[in-house]
Design a protein around this ligand. Structure first.
Ligand SMILES: C[S@@+](CC[C@H](N)C(=O)[O-])C[C@H]1O[C@@H](n2cnc3c(N)ncnc32)[C@H](O)[C@@H]1O
Length: 210
């Protein structure tokens, strides 16, 4: 049954309602590190992260407002002070609304695969998107991305490994024998239960001498 639409501000706010460049300190009332969950879906990773890492501020961005509101509802129930969902397009967010190099990590889990070859151009990861990640993540910060789509993983890996601002790192090993609470995201759970292999990438933004 569809959930009733209620005003979930400040837990869910459409990007268009913010003015100019986002001020993380004003949004969270502190100057803690900010991590982004791009395409956060219904927000399992986002919510769990707010609980597991209370000193970090967590921002989900989600194109699908129904899914984004689901995640925001969980944050609202817990009266979370360190989690917010922004409804809108990650490209718009990263291109114009996030202060350069203001984010400690970006997480992109199970981005839509757009299976048909003629639709591949709709995929989130492109050269342009890798550049946007490089301009968003601070020096020494991280990009995490997981997918169950092998060919898409190879594209993501090539884009990120070849990017001059990023160094690939070995991702932490996936624990064996996952139980329900151990899944990182809703899609992780769905794909693992379907028996899929999960392809995981981790990159660090290079340190640059000033
Ligand atoms: C396959 S789902 C994965 C959701 C979640 N990360 C997970 O692992 O359960 C991909 C999500 O990315 C969102 N998405 C796709 N393109 C986006 C964009 N340009 N900006 C923000 N969200 C986007 C979709 O609406 C969808 O909810």
């Amino acid at each position: 049954m569809p959930l009733p639409i209620v005003d979930l501000r400040p837990y869910f706010t459409p990007l268009r309602e913010f003015e100019g460049v986002l001020d993380w300190e004003q949004i969270f009332g502190n100057d803690g590190p900010v991590e982004l969950d791009i395409g956060c879906g219904r927000g399992k990773f986002l919510f769990d992260s707010t609980v597991a890492h209370p000193a970090t501020n967590w921002v989900g961005v989600e194109l699908d407002f129904t899914e984004g509101r689901r995640g925001a509802r969980r944050l609202a129930k817990r009266v979370s002070t360190n989690g917010r969902v922004i409804g809108g397009d990650a490209h718009e967010l990263l291109m114009r609304r996030v202060k350069r190099h203001s984010v400690a990590a970006a997480h992109v889990y199970f981005p839509d695969p757009w299976w048909k070859r003629k639709h591949h151009k709709r995929r989130l990861f492109t050269d342009e998107f890798a550049d946007l990640l490089a301009s968003t993540v601070m020096q020494g910060g991280f990009v995490h991305s997981w997918t169950d789509v092998e060919d898409y993983y190879h594209v993501i890996r090539a884009l990120m490994n070849h990017h001059p601002e990023f160094t690939p790192l070995p991702p932490p090993p996936e624990p064996a024998g996952l139980s329900d609470g151990d899944y990182l995201t809703s899609f992780h759970r769905r794909r693992k239960l379907a028996g899929s292999t999960i392809w995981r990438g981790l990159w660090q933004r290079r340190w640059r001498r000033t």
